[in-house]
Write a protein that binds this ligand. Structure first.
Ligand code: 4AD
Ligand code: MG
Length: 479
């Protein structure tokens, strides 16, 4: 038997007169003769031509869209317009039939993303999702490559933990308790201390705190894993389970942190542009068609690939929260009154309309905001001398909003304990974290990048559910 080759390779090689075996799924079948075969390696289908005289009519009937087939034959120059080469079938085997009456994925009319979300178990078989998930893969690979090339250690932080890294209380409980007969404490309440052999446990919201332990030994580490937020927010930007990349670096201050984050984002986007051009061009085309449906005023000015290149070639704008508030205070409310950009008070958290104004209307490029009020940020951030702000940094992206959250960390033991006490955090239980500040403490910093938000930006998709294979949002957890 001849060697099995992937369609992408055949099209890339662009050679003829050799024998191959190709396995994949039928996308369409025309004139009882031309099969468009897709094997997931690329959106480009391989045209398979079968000889009507030499093929059993019973077999021809079973070539339906969705069926899995194996074809052996010769790669020859194609007479047709759409492709340079095609596969002239010598033998064709049906590996798995697909009843066209029952197959939910009829690709003749382009199915809507909403419909595809309902049949999420089949959506990988469409061009859009094929492209999205190959780009996602490339970005994930580029993440590891970026850090590996710079000598970072990939640290695997736990999924089940007793700590709340962000102190925001948005955690999924993990328990071994029998909820029909839960153990009770002295006051008669469920004793969650018995969740996990004497500790109350949850799914991690961030690997940062454990990451800091790693940074204080290895110097530079990163995590890349699933994180969980039990927030019931039904937005196009939030998931209950999302992947986060969290580098943490000893001897870094806020500026080093910003420099690394900017270089990192540019690197992974550049890597995708270089290694996944074809899929990105496809997604750009898709987006353009989608944009045409919108009224002129709402259409995006830049095409997808240009937008990515723009990010690569321009420095991110860096300013403090206080400077941003001044800009917002002096902004004019939006004409159609849908949004009011004005912000009344220093100290308020920025809403997404404020972030979008800064990024999309004012600077028209990615923005790094620093030195936020301590009151709206997490306990571990390094306190500034003004007594009001902390050395935080958020990176805001056009169309996305916050893509990165990070900071320099408070390395002073006394200041950190005092802050934790103010916030009623369990100082004693977190001895392991505080020990880094007792034994050879050092300045350090890090950030977290929401991987799906990056994939959203790069693919030009608009709903975060469409860039993660199995979205976990309120109401979706079947598979
Ligand atoms: O700003 P966050 O909450 O920061 C942290 O968790 C820090 N521990 C990170 C660090 O300094 N090591 O989350 C970081 C990023 C956000 O900027 C956003 O991109 C993403 O994670 N994110 C979400 N993505 C999808 N769905 C959600 N519910 C998200 N919440 C945060
Ligand atoms: Mg944040």
């Amino acid at each position: 038997m001849s060697q099995r080759v992937k369609v992408k390779q055949i099209l890339l090689d662009d050679k003829t007169n050799y024998e191959v075996t190709v396995k994949g799924w039928v996308r369409s079948f025309r004139n009882n003769q031309f099969i468009a075969l897709n094997d997931g390696s690329t959106n480009n289908n391989l045209q398979v031509v079968i000889s009507q005289e030499n093929t059993d009519p019973a077999l021809v009937k079973r070539i339906t869209s969705g069926a899995a087939i194996s074809v052996t034959g010769e790669i020859i120059p194609s007479q047709g317009k759409g492709q340079k080469v095609e596969l002239k079938a010598q033998t064709l085997e049906i590996l798995g039939d697909c009843d066209p009456e029952q197959y939910p994925l009829q690709l003749k009319n382009r199915p809507s993303l909403e419909y595809l979300r309902e049949i999420a178990h089949l959506r990988f078989r469409t061009n859009t999702f094929g492209a999205v998930f190959r780009v996602r893969h490339t970005l994930a690979y580029a993440v590891h490559k970026f850090f590996n090339d710079r000598g970072f250690v990939y640290l695997h932080t736990p999924i089940i933990t007793a700590s709340d890294a962000e102190g925001a209380g948005e955690m999924f409980r993990v328990t071994t308790l029998d909820m029909k007969k839960p153990p009770l404490d002295d006051a008669g309440n469920i004793d969650y201390k018995q969740d996990f052999f004497g500790r109350s446990t949850n799914l991690t919201v961030s690997g940062q705190l454990e990451g800091e332990l790693g940074a204080m030994a290895f110097g530079d580490i990163y995590t890349f894993g699933p994180t969980f937020r039990a927030e019931n927010s039904n937005t196009a930007r939030h998931l209950a389970e999302f992947w986060m990349i969290e580098p943490e670096m000893a001897f870094y201050e806020l500026k080093d942190n910003m420099d690394l984050a900017e270089a990192f984002i540019k690197y992974v986007i550049g890597y995708a542009l270089e290694h996944n051009r074809e899929d990105l061009e496809f997604l750009a085309q898709r987006l353009e068609e989608e944009e045409k449906q919108k009224p002129q005023a709402e259409r995006s000015e830049l095409k997808l690939v240009d937008k990515l290149e723009f990010v690569l070639n321009n420095e991110f704008e860096r300013l403090t929260y206080t400077e941003a508030i001044d800009i917002l205070k002096n902004s004019k409310p939006n004409k159609n009154k849908k949004f009011n950009y004005l912000i009344e008070e220093w100290g308020a958290d920025l809403q997404s309309e404020h972030e979008r104004y800064l990024v999309e209307k004012h600077f028209k490029k990615p923005v790094i905001l620093t030195d936020y009020p301590a009151a709206i940020k997490s306990f571990y951030m390094k306190q500034n001398d003004d007594g009001k702000t902390v050395r935080a940094m958020d990176i805001l992206f056009p169309g996305i909003g916050e893509i990165v959250g990070g900071s320099q960390r408070e390395e002073n033991y006394d200041k950190l304990v005092k802050r934790m006490e103010e916030l009623h955090l369990p100082v004693e239980e977190m001895y392991w974290y505080l020990d880094t500040r007792r034994f050879g403490s050092a300045p350090h910093a890090g950030f977290g990048l929401g991987f799906e938000r990056l994939v959203l930006f790069v693919t030009g998709m608009t709903n975060i559910r469409d860039v993660i294979a199995f979205p976990r949002t309120p109401g979706s957890a079947d598979f």
